[in-house]
Design a protein around this ligand. Structure first.
Ligand code: AMP
Ligand code: ZN
Length: 470
């Protein structure tokens, strides 16, 4: 597979550390608010990456964090913690906010057919690991204490800007005048590993540490969660382009200083979705969420279709006009594909040729628009029977995840199809309500019914997740 690698700024042949296996890490959302559809573009494309790799035969292990502490309003370690700000906005505790928006994010993912990663880890669950990690960096001279905080010393590295074209000078120019300079830092690019002193004393979640009561800096969670669950050699690290600097740059700096060798070979970054006014932001009043699109009469999968039609490395501009067009085209496509009937077939050369073309599109730096073209070519192909087309559509939909074989009227759980993720989430919410009402018999009954359908529920600190066991 050819993949653009931000690290080399070129398209490279993808070779994992271990043959046939891919260790994939995804930066998860900061759960202080709903995800906007820009965030979700990144997760859709990462989902296609995971499913594309599986289509090519790789065994993929994917981990995602949930940022519930330490991400400040400015990525440059100043400002208030976004979670604290979210909690104040809604008069709730940080944990309540985290639980609510994690569950909303999970619902959005389900609506967009984004597979929930194998393991999802809240940042606050590994504090002990962060402390050990920082202690080692301190012992090996990569970290220093100033003004009560622990900083990473970027001057200790020969190459700090491995992911970007930044130079020391261009970075200085790039620093905005409204960003406060932290006088504790020895170098402008140093970043916080552990805070004990912050102007914002309303930080709700704090932990004891060798440096005093405080909380971790933002970047450390992704380094430690990845090391903990995927080991010292990571194959692909994903995120949106805004993560390249400083987040991923700092992750590399601290992780490689900690393990003493190269960490991750491929960095996969999704370009931004912008609106007509420019960058999407959660602080703008009526920001674009999946629920807002639904309220306006759009099927969330029309948005997935819209994203699949352009390349992940190109900026995409959102407008209702273009979503209208995408929805029309998607409905027409699904009408056609869902009317195909299953029948027994034998694989033939022509079918194989189309599968190869689809595979080529995946291997060509995840060219989703070409994948869609192959799908349309199949539907137009006169030499293929409807049953053969059914087979190919089903095959391609393991990557595209557009519910292509499900008729609208029948609903997603009809026939011999599995219960949909959306329905499971509704049941999880019903069970949570039953528990709140102290109706434990009903809660147990819901759990049991889901188990009968092959769905196992797992209760964690940030809510209930599920896995399919058949
Ligand atoms: P956050 O919740 O801010 O931590 O962001 C979650 C993910 O969305 C990160 O991978 C970001 O890089 C990505 N992201 C943020 N804004 C956009 C955007 N406008 N378009 C695409 N991805 C984005
Ligand atoms: Zn991250």
């Amino acid at each position: 597979m050819k993949l653009y690698n931000t690290l080399s700024r070129s398209i490279e042949e993808f070779v994992p550390h271990e043959e046939g296996k891919v260790k994939l890490y995804t930066c998860g959302p900061t759960v202080y608010h709903y995800a906007h559809i820009g965030n979700l573009r990144s997760y859709i494309m990462e989902d296609v990456l995971e499913k594309g790799l599986r289509y090519l035969g790789y065994d993929v292990k994917r981990i995602m964090n949930i940022t519930d502490v330490g991400h400040l309003t400015s990525d440059a370690d100043s400002g208030e913690d976004k979670m604290v700000k979210g909690a104040k906005r809604e008069n709730k505790s940080v944990l309540e906010i985290a639980e609510f928006y994690t569950s909303e994010f999970q619902k959005d993912c389900a609506k967009l057919n984004i597979k929930w990663p194998d393991t999802v880890v809240p940042a606050t669950s590994l504090i002990e690991d962060y402390i050990k990690f920082i202690q080692k960096l301190e012992a090996t001279g990569y970290a220093y204490i100033a003004g009560g905080n622990v900083y990473f010393d970027t001057s200790k590295l020969d190459h700090y800007y491995v992911l970007t074209n930044h130079t020391e000078d261009s970075l200085k120019e790039a620093v905005r005048s409204d960003v406060e300079v932290d006088e504790n830092k020895k170098n402008k690019t140093d970043f916080v590993l552990w805070f004990t002193k912050s102007k914002f004393d309303s930080q709700e979640l704090k932990w004891d540490s060798p440096w005093g009561v405080g909380y971790p800096g933002w970047h450390i969670e992704c380094s430690c969660i990845s090391l903990n669950y995927l080991g010292e050699y990571l194959d692909i690290h994903c995120g949106g382009v805004d993560n390249i600097f400083p987040h991923h740059t700092n992750e590399i700096a601290q992780t490689e200083s900690f393990i003493g060798h190269k960490w991750c070979n491929y960095w996969f970054h999704v370009e931004h979705l912008n609106d007509a006014t420019g960058k999407m932001s959660k602080s703008k009043g009526d920001f674009l969420t999946v629920s807002l699109l639904e309220d306006k009469g759009y099927d969330p999968l029309s948005y997935r279709y819209f994203c699949l039609n352009s390349h992940y490395r190109k900026q995409l501009v959102f407008s209702y006009d273009s979503l209208d067009g995408a929805q029309k085209a998607y409905f027409k496509l699904r009408e056609k594909t869902s009317s195909l009937k299953k029948d027994s077939i034998e694989q033939n050369e022509l079918m194989q040729r189309y599968q190869e073309k689809f595979q080529d599109a995946i291997e060509n730096d995840l060219n989703t628009a070409s994948m869609m073209t192959v799908l349309y070519d199949v539907l137009k192909e006169k030499e293929l029977t409807d049953a053969e087309k059914y087979f190919l559509v089903k095959d391609f939909d393991t990557v595209l995840s557009l519910d292509l074989l499900i008729p609208y009227e029948a609903g997603s759980a009809s026939g011999d199809e599995d219960i949909s993720s959306e329905e499971i989430l509704v049941k999880i919410e019903q069970r949570a309500q039953a528990k709140r009402d102290k109706n434990f018999a009903l809660a147990d009954q819901i759990r049991e019914e889901l188990l009968q359908e092959g769905i196992r529920l797992m209760d964690g600190r940030d809510g209930t997740t599920f896995e399919r066991i058949k």
